[in-house]
Structure formats: C-alpha cells, structure tokens
Design a protein around this ligand. Sequence first.
Ligand SMILES: [Zn+2]
Length: 157
Amino acid sequence: MYRIGTGYDIHKLIEGRDLIIGGIKITHERGLLGHSDADVLIHAIIDAMLGALALDDIGTLFPDTDPKYKNADSTILLKKVQKLIKEKGYHIVNIDSNIIAQAPKMMPYIPKMKEVLARILEISPDNLSIKAKTKENLDSVGQKLAIEANAVVLLSE
Ligand SMILES: [Zn+2]
C-alpha cells in the first residue's frame, strides 16, 4: 500500500542565529529562530513523513517545551522519524519539496542538501527533489522576515 503525506513549516529570520537549512549551514547575516536549530526544510519533510502514516506531528513528537530539544540538530530528529517509518514497515518512494526564501539564494546549496538528506533517509538523491523559490518580494517571506518550506512524501510498504 502507498501512503502520501504533506508538510509545511515557517521560521522567523533573526540576527545572532546560524542559518541551517537541509542539514547544512548557509552563509548569511541572519538565521532562523526556533527551539531546535530551526531547520525549516527538515521540519517540513518530517511532518510529511509523519502525516503519511497519520502519526502525531513534529510538535507533539519533539515538543518545544522539552529542554532536550533546545538547539537540537534536526538531522537527528529526521533520522529518528526515518527509523519510525521503517519500524512501521514502510520506506520512502520519493520526496518533493520547496524552500521559499527571498534571500539568500538557496540554489548553490541544494546539491549538498540532497546528498546529506538522502544519506540520512537511505534513499537515492534521484528520489529527493528540493526546489528553491522566492516570494516575489510579497508578504513576510518576500520581505526577508521568514523562510518557509513545504514537502510531499510518498511511502510504500
Ligand atoms: Zn520548524
């Protein structure tokens, strides 16, 4: 049986934080605010994986009230969810995702993100799509106040 899931996330951009997206550090004067490392792309992918199996969402599984997850490395959370999917008898067929950011340019970092995430998820980079979009200067993302991501994940038994 196939199961499909969708995930969405947004984090505010602030000064004094590292910008970490897709498991890699991106050179920028600001970073994303969050209880964990605020990796917006990984969070969207995790929620899509959990959603596909109708499991509790990322906020329930890794609560931001839990000091254990303060500045947590999201790649570790992603690995935990990958193991959970495996335990339930499923594997990832493919992932499609978008990072929506006005700045900085995501394109140069995407090959490395694919390499890092595909390795954690135990899939071929050919089955992991990461696309970069801007918001055409519209709304909070367009005004460089935040970065958004969304993802769709297909699982199979
Ligand atoms: Zn998040």
